[in-house]
Design a protein around this ligand. Structure first.
Ligand code: ZN
Ligand code: ZN
Length: 641
């Protein structure tokens, strides 16, 4: 007999050989028809898999969040089957085909054959055929020897098989397609519907540049048609907003892949915007009791040996050698801040010490991983370190949580938090780790900030709180982190003198809020589609004289508005007004001011906003006052709308 326990606490006995489908059918016909799989004792089970003797069971339907793993994985197999049908079994070597966020992919080695975006439609058609042929999906258990036989023509799969320690492996079979796979899968290929192949790109086998380059086909899939459509629309919109295109087009920044791969060049306009963001951050930090500092970019290698970076981070560091001394380019700012801390004797009355730096760091990233401003090799952190007493930790972390909230609210970002715990490659005493993790938990609960736990994703020196902000397209970006650290104070023998004149070790909190300022800038670019709030727009207003005789008046107004602190350009080019308006719109300038006879005669302005709202007869002083108010209040939208 099989004892089945249900989520509502009830239990029932079934015959041996019972499957989740049987259990669902026992509850109702309707549930049986909707069921696609089950969660059994915490594991995902195919619908037709027999249940163990004691089964805590939750039936999964397409509406369930866990359903994604079932149908997306099944799509990846259908994709592989379609590719084999099209390109021929003997020509296709399969890599891996996992589920990812919003979809799935499969890696293929097709020898000399290149798949292009144009081929995706053909593959989709074949996939649709496989779906309509509705093959049952069968789970097959096999020993390693048998498995080796099944996979004898699949060299990559054989390599994977070698890496499996267990003698029992599983295969999934649908029609004439079979794949080494842990599952779970849908009961048949006919059970999936809404998908689209989105792109194809190169991917090294096992992510290693020394291995062959495979071709990776990405797809997306959802349970409902409208979910798929919404996602595809979002992707389309994201493509239009891609900061790698918008940035150069708007004259904000560029990259030079030949001379400085992974490092951004900020042009005058981009620098104005970036500086505004940094100035804002500076002000917020100053108001919150931080003191700004500035530390060297290149320091002796020994420093990084003490800090632990040498053992845990050297693969990502840049090095240099001069006068027989070995130097490292800083990947993090902490050791520099520690040197300042150690340069004088610290009393408990001095604590907390809050050091803030726009610290430029360099971290090596594989060429293949670089991605515009999102993944770079050199960037500027809005980095700070708080040195405090053990008793003061909670209060300090609460302070950081508040500051993060203030800064993100300015951009209208919603956010959520994750608590990342001890990674495999950690430094220090596990008991201290537990204590630090506990402190972060209590603080998060105390301030009522919702969080989820991210096991094993902490920094090597301590657990951390990560923030994920949500942009206007609903995409999430990890930005701020708050890390609690007992290790570095110990490694560097940091001390302060307590009220009984004893030497005590302080605690260190590492934290950034933008994270990488450049990356944050990239996120803002896509979030606002380049139409930045006025306060960090490179140009606030542009004057467009219609004819030569209007230029002088335009220059007068430019002077007047500039004196008031506004950033104002005049487009004096001999081009049509329509052309100039379009150009200003491409550059997402908040206010377009066309100057003609009428404006000169009335000595006022005609305003066109970025959203094409037209307002005439606006007095110059009034315009300047309102725009200044918009900037001072850091308003997201135009004050004239
Ligand atoms: Zn699979
Ligand atoms: Zn740090």
């Amino acid at each position: 007999m099989i004892k089945v326990f249900f989520p509502d606490g009830t239990k029932k006995e079934f015959d041996n050989g019972t499957t989740s489908l049987d259990v669902a059918g026992d509850i109702s016909k309707r549930l049986a028809s909707k069921a696609i799989g089950a969660e059994v004792n915490g594991n995902l089970f195919d619908l037709n898999r027999t249940l163990p003797e004691e089964s805590e069971i939750k039936i999964i339907t397409l509406n369930d969040e866990l359903a994604e793993g079932f149908y997306r994985h099944t799509f990846s197999h259908i994709l592989a089957q379609a590719v084999i049908r099209i390109y021929g079994k003997e020509n296709v070597k399969l890599g891996i085909g996992p589920v990812i966020k919003n979809g799935f992919y499969y890696d293929f080695d097709l020898g000399d054959v290149r798949i292009s975006d144009e081929d995706l439609g053909k593959i989709e058609k074949e996939m649709a055929k496989i779906i309509s042929e509705d093959y049952p999906i069968e789970r097959i258990e096999a020993g390693k020897e048998k498995a080796g036989e099944i996979l004898k023509d699949q060299k990559y799969k054989l390599e994977l098989l070698e890496g499996i320690e267990d003698d029992d492996v599983t295969f999934y079979k649908q029609g004439d397609f079979i794949d080494l796979c842990r599952g779970p899968h849908m009961p048949s290929t006919g059970k999936v519907k809404y998908f689209k192949l989105t792109s194809v790109s190169g991917a090294y086998w096992r992510g290693d540049e020394n291995n062959p380059m495979l071709q990776r086909i990405y797809g997306t899939a959802f349970a409902k048609k409208n979910e798929l459509e919404e996602y595809l629309n979002m992707m389309e919109e994201a493509k239009k907003r891609d900061h790698r295109k918008l940035g150069p087009k708007m004259g904000l920044f560029s990259f030079n892949h030949e001379y400085a791969p992974g490092m951004a060049f900020f042009h005058p306009k981009g620098t104005i915007a970036l500086n505004e963001l940094m100035e804002f951050s500076r002000k917020m930090h100053k108001e919150d009791g931080y003191e700004e500092i500035n530390t060297p970019l290149i320091m002796n290698e020994e420093l990084w040996k003490i800090s632990g970076h040498w053992d845990h981070y050297s693969e990502n560091m840049y090095f240099s050698e001069m006068e027989n001394q070995n130097f490292a380019v800083k990947p993090m700012n902490c050791p520099g801040h520690i040197i300042i801390y150690k340069s004088s004797s610290v009393s408990y009355r001095d604590l907390p010490i809050k050091m803030f730096e726009f610290g430029k760091v360099h971290r090596y990233e594989r060429s293949g991983a670089l991605h515009g401003l999102f993944r770079v090799r050199g960037f500027t952190q809005d980095d700070a370190h708080i040195f405090c007493t053990m008793e003061g930790v909670e209060e300090q972390i609460k302070g950081v949580i508040k500051l993060v909230d203030k800064i993100y609210k300015t951009f209208d970002f919603e956010y959520r938090a994750e608590l990342s715990t001890r990674p495999e490659d950690y430094m220090g005493d596990p008991l201290l780790w537990d204590k630090a993790t506990e402190i972060l938990k209590t603080t998060l609960e105390d301030v009522g900030l919702n969080y989820k736990i991210n096991e094993g994703d902490g920094a090597f020196y301590g657990p951390k709180i990560d923030y994920h902000i949500k942009d206007s397209l609903g995409r999430e970006w990890q930005c701020a982190t708050i890390q609690l650290d007992f290790m570095m104070p110990e490694k560097f023998h940091l001390k302060y003198i307590d009220n009984e004149n004893q030497e005590v070790q302080p605690v260190m909190i590492h934290r950034t809020i933008f994270g990488s300022t450049e990356r944050f800038f990239g996120i803002l670019t896509e979030n606002f589609a380049g139409a930045f709030p006025s306060w960090f727009s490179p140009v606030h207003a542009i004057l467009l004289p219609i004819a030569d005789r209007h230029v002088e008046f335009a220059l007068d107004i430019q002077k007047k508005l500039s004196d008031e602190g506004l950033r104002v350009d005049v487009d004096e080019r001999q081009k049509s007004t329509n052309f100039k308006v379009r150009d200003a719109q491409v550059n997402k300038i908040p206010y377009i001011l066309v100057i003609g006879d009428k404006e000169i005669e009335k000595n006022n302005l005609s305003i066109r906003t970025r959203n094409n709202k037209q307002i005439n007869d606006v007095e110059i002083d009034y315009f300047s006052k309102k725009v200044k108010e918009e900037i001072d209040k850091k308003m997201i939208n135009s004050i004239f709308e």
